[in-house]
Design a binder for this molecule. Structure first.
Ligand code: NAP
Ligand code: ZN
Ligand code: ZN
Length: 360
């Protein structure tokens, strides 16, 4: 019997994986490919926990491949570069986000929109060109083609900067693309979690007015005093929602579960835009009348291309935008995931891989 591609891989790696849709993680030995001429190897120091990790771990999107090592907010130190690599040098800080491959020749790739390439390869739970399964950043090392590596400016902290690689770019990109980054605009952010709190920070840095729309009244004080939101609506408070009808230009909806869209569409001015970035496992009900009557738009948006991700990181470093994080040790990950289900985190868990992931 010939060796499987995984067995051929010479670089020993260690991480935590789920073996099935229970989603429970435990230590996992695997291997990564040799660092090739266009590859960069990172010693992983921190990795954020995105709600997408949770969807994948529990196979809520029906595309999980087990064993599954999650993690696509990966930062660390470059330990190896191939002979053709130009982007980073050994010893520098760098990151890997949601993508590790794309076709490089379609229209979207040609226009730096790799996150819309139909042949894109997500960072984990996917198959690489050599037939091996891709494993994410809840692991000690990462090997990645340099195109998908992001340079980390020196003043950006690695731990609080890690969530920018998914949560950051996923809200930065639609704010820009849909023209919601112009002063004078009024932007709504639905769901104050990992993505939502980054949306508030970027929108404020763009100089727009921000209203948070949340199911959690307990987040109001912090949203306004700490994150800088201008106002706060409790989505289950009918009176508050009615008083705000027709006041918002565009909404970034980051909610991870099924929820009603009608109250959100009603908040929009005519010609307003509702942009879905949250990805609930089941379809949402879309009322058409408010769309027709107000010529409103409902759209989606997927992370961002590599050029825009670098632009976002550089913008964040310049404006001191980082994520509010709770740093956890590796062996706390299952508890953290349970807390994330309940929305019990302000606002992103980041695993301290460098200090707490020990090969067993
Ligand atoms: P998160 O930290 O869990 O935040 C989600 C927030 O949604 C919660 O904090 C909560 O905010 C609100 N929420 C949760 N359940 C709700 C419910 N039943 N009804 C109404 N609101 C509810 O998650 P995240 O990491 O920000 O990710 C959010 C979603 O975006 C996930 O579905 C994830 O997979 C998706 N995502 C998409 C992309 C993309 O490319 N489009 C990229 C990354 C993530 P309040 O307490 O304020 O209500
Ligand atoms: Zn993510
Ligand atoms: Zn492509």
């Amino acid at each position: 019997m010939g060796k499987t591609p995984e067995e051929e891989h010479p670089v020993k790696a260690f991480g935590w994986a789920a073996r099935d849709a229970s989603g429970v993680l435990s230590p996992f030995k695997f291997s990564r490919r040799e660092n090739e001429e266009y590859d960069v190897t990172l010693k992983v120091l921190y990795c954020g926990i995105c709600h997408s990790d949770l969807h994948f771990l529990k196979d809520e999107w029906g595309m999980s491949i087990y064993p599954l090592v999650p993690g696509h907010e990966i930062v660390g130190i470059v330990t190896k570069v191939g002979s053709k690599v130009q982007k980073v040098k050994v010893g520098e800080k760098a990151g890997v986000g949601c993508l590790i491959g794309s076709c490089h020749s379609c229209d979207d790739c040609a226009n730096d929109r790799e996150s819309y390439c139909t042949k894109q390869i997500l960072t984990y739970s996917t198959t690489y060109y050599d037939g091996t399964t891709n494993y994410g950043g809840y692991s000690d090392i990462m090997v990645c083609n340099e195109h998908f590596v992001i340079r980390f400016p020196d003043n950006l902290p690695l731990d609080a900067g890690a969530p920018l690689l998914c949560a950051g770019i996923t809200v930065y990109s639609p704010l820009k693309y849909f023209g919601l980054d112009k002063p004078g605009m009024h932007v709504g952010v639905v769901g104050l979690g990992g993505l939502g709190h980054m949306a508030v920070k970027f929108a404020k840095a763009f100089g727009v007015k921000v209203t948070v729309i949340s199911t959690s009244p307990s987040k109001e004080k912090e949203a306004i005093e700490h994150l800088g939101a201008d106002s706060f609506l409790v989505s289950r408070d009918v009176d508050q929602m009615e008083a705000a009808i027709g006041t918002i230009d565009g909404i970034i909806d980051t909610v991870s579960a099924v929820h009603p869209l009608l109250p959100l569409l009603n908040l929009l001015k005519s010609h307003g835009k509702l942009v879905m970035v949250g990805a609930p496992e089941k379809p949402l009900e879309l009322p058409v009348f408010p769309l027709i009557m107000g010529r409103k738009l409902v759209a989606g948006s997927a992370t961002g291309g590599l050029k825009e991700t670098q632009e976002m990181i550089d913008f964040a470093a310049k404006h001191n935008i980082t994520s509010d994080i709770e740093v956890i040790p590796m062996d706390y990950v299952n508890t953290a995931l349970e807390r994330l289900v309940k929305g019990d985190v302000r606002y992103r868990f980041v695993i301290d891989i460098g200090n707490t992931l020990h090969a067993t």
